[in-house]
Design a protein around this ligand. Structure first.
Ligand code: HEM
Length: 200
């Protein structure tokens, strides 16, 4: 039950955010599709392809960063008295680690509040790991499903983008796709209709 509850909505929501960002920002979608067709072609994507798909990898990371779907992580309780950055926190205090404060930190990111895969790319277009990327939280109780989730996101996202182009429905412009999340403990995009147009 724990694994299903923690692992279904989170991964599903992130994938929905990925598709919404792609439909809203078609020039980023173009670059993902160009990279996929250059590196993978029409065969099925494999996990090992990730290292050769830095742009696609950056888009997935940027989606997780900006969407920040678990904004307040999970509450923890201090198991002893602690002093943290000058603040005394008594044993037994409930603490909410605000992951969004790191994922949108203006001192950490080139463009903290807008979708920009360059947040994860160096000047040569290589993927760069960022310490402030922590949508799965950090430390002893970091998300147990992180590596599974990352694998799922990569395989689903690349397979979908390999076969379909995602667009707003007829009569709706990209600007009209609303990025305001639906309120909840886990932030999903508000309901949207998108078109999946087959490449064939
Ligand atoms: C994009 C997908 C996911 C995100 C963003 C995410 C995020 C998180 C976060 C922020 C926590 C809280 C960590 C903390 O207490 O500091 C957490 C905990 C947890 N997650 Fe995930 N998660 C994802 C997918 C999954 C998947 C696929 C599974 C399992 C199959 C999973 C299982 C768990 C479990 C069991 C915990 C509790 C760990 C503990 O308390 O020791 N998660 N996750």
């Amino acid at each position: 039950m724990n694994l299903f509850a923690a692992g279904t909505d989170t991964t599903g929501n992130t994938l929905q955010w990925c598709l919404l960002f792609m439909a809203k920002y078609p020039h980023f979608q173009d670059q993902v599709q160009a990279e996929l067709s250059r590196v993978v072609g029409s065969r099925q994507v494999r996990v090992e392809d990730r290292m050769n798909l830095p742009y696609t990898d950056a888009v997935i990371h940027e989606t997780q960063r900006l969407a920040s779907i678990v904004p307040m992580s999970i509450p923890h309780k201090t198991s002893r008295d602690v002093t943290f950055q000058g603040y005394f926190i008594k044993e037994g205090t409930t603490v909410f680690p605000l992951l969004t404060s790191v994922l949108h930190d203006e001192n950490e990111w080139e463009s903290p509040h807008t979708f920009n895969p360059s947040n994860f790319l160096d000047k040569e277009g290589k993927y760069i790991r960022r310490d402030a990327f922590m949508p799965f939280s950090a430390g002893r109780r970091v998300c147990l499903g992180e590596s599974l989730a990352r694998m799922e996101l990569f395989l689903f996202f690349t397979s979908l983008l390999q076969h379909f182009r995602f667009t707003p429905p007829p009569g709706v412009t990209e600007d009209e796709l609303d990025l305001t999340p639906a309120v909840g403990f886990v932030l999903a995009p508000s309901p949207h209709e998108l078109c999946a147009v087959s490449h064939q």
